[in-house]
Ligand binder design. Structure first.
Ligand code: HEM
Length: 159
């Protein structure tokens, strides 16, 4: 789905912008290290704007998937991505307003990994359901029967 592709492209840009923020700020090496010559504050604000756009697009994706009655696994992964991004956004603003507190930055970096993983996991769920695999597994779970991709092998018993 094109919305999910937009999420993947946006989060990739966001992570790159975050790396530039770090490269222009106090955590890019020791006191004498050469930093990226961009105003830390400006690039941090651009990074935050991309983050807000991503959160908005993810919220829209959650609604679109719900409206389209997408398979449960896809909807769950989209919600997980939204939740991870909400925590990550809150961490980002906390570190920004605490003057780039290094402990919060550590959590922000871990959160960035979680957010990117959540985005890839959503894309993979969507891609696989388009091929019908988890969709069949889910239908089988709902009806209580094993099916293609359910992870259970169905052997026809001899009559
Ligand atoms: C919500 C999704 C977000 C993601 C996925 C994200 C991701 C990242 C990444 C990957 C980095 C740098 C990694 C590196 O050092 O190579 C970073 C740095 C940073 N981010 Fe975010 N970010 C998000 C939101 C925000 C928000 C809302 C703010 C608020 C201003 C923010 C503020 C910062 C700051 C100040 C740094 C520099 C930290 C340092 O000094 O090392 N981030 N972010």
């Amino acid at each position: 789905m094109w919305l999910v592709r937009i999420l993947l492209v946006t989060i990739s840009g966001l992570v790159m912008a975050g790396t530039i923020v770090t490269g222009s700020g106090p955590h890019a090496g020791g006191p004498g290290a050469i930093r990226i010559p961009i105003a830390f504050r400006d690039v941090a604000e651009l990074h935050a704007d991309i983050a807000l756009f991503l959160i908005g697009m993810t919220l829209a994706t959650v609604f679109a998937l719900h409206h389209a009655k997408a398979p449960g696994v896809v909807q769950r992964r989209a919600r997980t991505m939204l939740e991870v991004l909400a925590v990550q956004g809150a961490l980002g603003y906390t570190q920004y307003f605490l003057h780039d507190n290094s402990l919060v930055v550590e959590f922000h970096l871990a959160g960035a990994t979680a957010a990117f993983s959540a985005a890839v996991s959503l894309y993979l769920a969507l891609h696989r359901t388009e091929q019908g695999v988890p969709a069949a597994a889910e239908r089988a779970r709902e009806t209580g029967r094993a099916g293609a991709g359910s992870g259970r092998v169905v052997v026809n018993a001899p009559a």
